[in-house]
Each structure stands twice: as C-alpha cells, then as structure tokens.
Design a protein around this ligand. Structure first.
Ligand SMILES: Nc1nc2c(ncn2[C@@H]2O[C@H](COP(=O)(O)OP(=O)(O)OP(=O)(O)O)[C@@H](O)[C@H]2O)c(=O)[nH]1
Ligand SMILES: [Mg+2]
Length: 371
C-alpha cells in the first residue's frame, strides 16, 4: 500500500512524513529544492508476537506502508499561480508518482507560527483544502481532455465498442470535474471503474485530511475535530488532527522515553498508530496472517478480497496452483497454543478460492506446484 503526502507549501508535509516514517528528511527548506522523499514503514501489530510463539517462528514480519512526500515540487506546493504549461519536469514527475498511490494524505496547516510564512499571507485551512482539491481536479481534467480527443480521433477511423464505452465514462467524469467535484463523488460500476483505473485519477483516490496543529492547540482538539467533521461526510474522505512537529519529536525518541513523553502530553496513541488505523478504515483494508518456522507475517488486503487473491500476494505460484486454504481466526489459534491443537479440535476450516478473507484470519495456503 502506498500513500502520497500532499499539501500547500510549508504546511508541515515533511514533518508529517518524518513523524510517520520515523525518519529525518530535511524540513523547513524553502529553497524549493526538488526532492521526493520515499519511505517504507512497518505497521505495528500486537498480534504478530503471540502468533510467532504458536508457530515457533524465527522472526515476525509486519505489513508495510510506503509513503511518498513530493516536497515542494508540485504546483500546489510551490505556487498555485504558476500556469500548468510552466510546470517543471519534476512537477510532472511528482504528479506521475502520485498517480500510482492508493490514497492521498493532504496535510492542512492550522498551526500559527510567524517564522513560517504562509504563501497566501494567512492561515486558512478551508481555503487551502479547496485550493488543493481544485488543483487535482485540473490535473485530472487535463488527462481526460487529452484522452477524449484521442478517443474521438480513433473512433472516427474505426468503430470500437470498447473505445465508445471509455469515451462515455470519461465524459461523465469530465462533467463531474467541471462541476468542481472530485471523481470520488461519482458512482460508477466496477466494470466502468476498471476502464479508468489505469489513469490513476487523483480525485478518485481516498483522501485523508491531516489537520496539522501546534502543541498549544492540543487543548482545542475536540473543537477542531468538529470544525472539520463535515469533510468526513464526503465520499471516501477521513480527517485526523495531529500535532506533527510534536509527533516528529516523539518519533525520534526511543520507545521508553516516547511513552513517558506521550503520557505527559495526554496522548494515548502515536500519530503513526492513528494514521494507520484511519487509513485502513478509509481504504477498507484488512490484515491477514501467515505463519511457519521461518516467520509469522502480516499482510494487507482490501475488504472483500478472496483467498486466492491472498495467495497471490504471498506468492504468485500459490495463486496459479491454489487448491484450498486452511483458515482460523488468529485469537482462536493463539488460544489453542499450537496449530496441531487447533487441527485436533477441528478449528481449522477448509476454504476455497472464493472465500472472502476476514480481518485477523490466519491462512495456510495449499497449492500445487506450477511451472
Ligand atoms: N509551530 C509549528 N511549526 C511546524 C509544525 N509543523 C511544521 N512546522 C514548521 O513549518 C516549517 C515547514 O515544515 P515542513 O515540514 O518542511 O513543511 P513542508 O510542507 O514539507 O514544506 P515544503 O516541502 O517546503 O512545502 C518548518 O519550519 C517546521 O518546523 C507544527 O506543527 N507547529
Ligand atoms: Mg517538505
């Protein structure tokens, strides 16, 4: 799973990135130096250790999330007045990268700090949200316009039901965008969605708004959450409020110090934990496990994905040669103490290809060798 961190200039994108990735990318760099920060972080999961005990595994392997911080390189981030024709190559590169992510995390600035000027002269979160939203609407429209004229040309030369279909959907998308609405708000069938998936439309991706507050605003958390609650009523949109700078400092402490510090600040979960929880909910993600002597491992699937898709994630050969999967809830397995016990108590279910994997399932995939 890949998440792209976006937002207006100097709103704390890299600070959020550092807090989440426990990394040390350079912040507060106003020179417009173009750099894309990439990081992979482990998804903390308390279920892995007990599972490793059951399987007597040598190690645990958590699921991971990839983050991209496009830095001050997109038009949104640098200067919203720049004409699209004047975009630098790197802008195109950042946009291209963003098209491949599974969700966007839009950092919105709420913290006041005179030493960090806002490009528009004052702090106005709602204005910033609208401006980035529109930026992405334009970016998607640009692609759609290009593709529509291409399709029209193709259709002039040769009738094609598939092209006709794509044209119809793209025109529907165009209309939505021209009304200033994101593609998230468009209801289309799964087949239609497949036709446009390849374009990686930005306004179609699930959106997580990260309201970046200062330490002193922590007492106002509830009020701030209420103020932004309305955005959560929009399709595939979630909001979290966090103090990125403080969270970044916490992320750079060792675990014991971090815990003491968080208790002092009245924080009961780290930014990473909240971010992961919210993103999983937003994207409808679930976790399943596999286990053996070598490792106990967590994997991420979309809710509704099947056992054979899970098998494909573990190993492409497993997908091709899939026979069936043995399945048990992680807690039931831990309570049994061993896989053998679970088997003798009849708790292992045999599930076929179309079984929809459930949150917390432990799967053992049985597959024929393929070549
Ligand atoms: N007071 C305060 N300052 C913050 C907070 N978050 C970020 N900053 C400061 O704001 C400045 C910009 O932060 P960055 O994380 O570099 O912001 P950015 O969005 O990545 O900036 P660009 O990549 O240049 O667009 C830095 O000086 C940070 O220290 C915060 O929560 N409170
Ligand atoms: Mg940055």
């Amino acid at each position: 799973m890949k998440i792209g961190i976006v937002g207006r200039p100097h709103v704390g994108k890299t600070t959020v990135f550092n807090a989440l990735a426990h990394s040390n990318a350079e912040i507060g760099d106003y020179t417009g130096k173009k750099q894309i920060n990439l990081s992979t972080v482990s998804v903390p999961d308390d279920r892995l250790e007990p599972l490793a005990k059951v399987f007597q595994s040598d190690k645990t392997v958590p699921a991971t999330i990839d983050y991209i911080d496009g830095g001050g390189t997109s038009r949104t981030a640098i200067n919203s007045n720049v004409e699209s024709s004047q975009r630098t190559e790197l802008d195109a590169e950042v946009l291209g990268q963003l098209r491949t992510v599974d969700a966007l995390a839009h950092v919105v600035r709420l913290f006041e700090d005179e030493t960090v000027p806002h490009v528009d002269g004052n702090i106005d979160a709602e204005r910033d949200i609208e401006s980035v939203d529109l930026e992405f609407v334009f970016a998607d429209l640009q692609i759609i316009d290009g593709r529509i004229s291409r399709l029209e040309k193709l259709l002039k030369n040769q009738k094609s039901a598939e092209h006709q279909n794509e044209l119809r959907i793209l025109e529907e998308c165009k209309q939505t965008l021209e009304e200033g609405k994101p593609l998230r708000s468009l209801t289309i069938s799964e087949n239609e969605e497949k036709l446009i998936r390849g374009y990686g439309f930005l306004t179609q991706k699930p959106l997580l708004l990260i309201c970046n507050i200062s330490e002193t605003q922590l007492q106002e958390m509830n009020g701030i959450s209420k103020r932004f609650a309305e955005y959560e009523t929009q399709p595939q949109t979630a909001v979290i409020v966090l103090a990125a700078q403080l969270e970044m400092e916490i992320a750079q402490l060792d675990a014991a110090d971090a815990e003491i510090f968080m208790t002092e600040m009245g924080l009961n979960e780290s930014a990473l934990e909240r971010f992961i929880q919210t993103s999983y909910q937003l994207m409808g993600l679930i976790t399943f496990f596999t286990g053996g002597e070598k490792e106990a491992r967590a994997w991420t699937l979309r809710n509704g994905q099947t056992a054979v898709e899970a098998a494909g994630l573990v190993h492409t050969d497993f997908e091709r040669g899939f026979v069936r999967s043995e399945c048990i809830n992680w807690e039931d397995l831990v309570n049994c103490g061993s896989y053998t016990q679970a088997r003798s108590r009849g708790l292992l279910r045999a599930e076929g290809k179309t079984y929809q994997v459930q949150e917390g399932d432990v799967l053992t995939i049985l597959a024929n060798a393929t070549n």
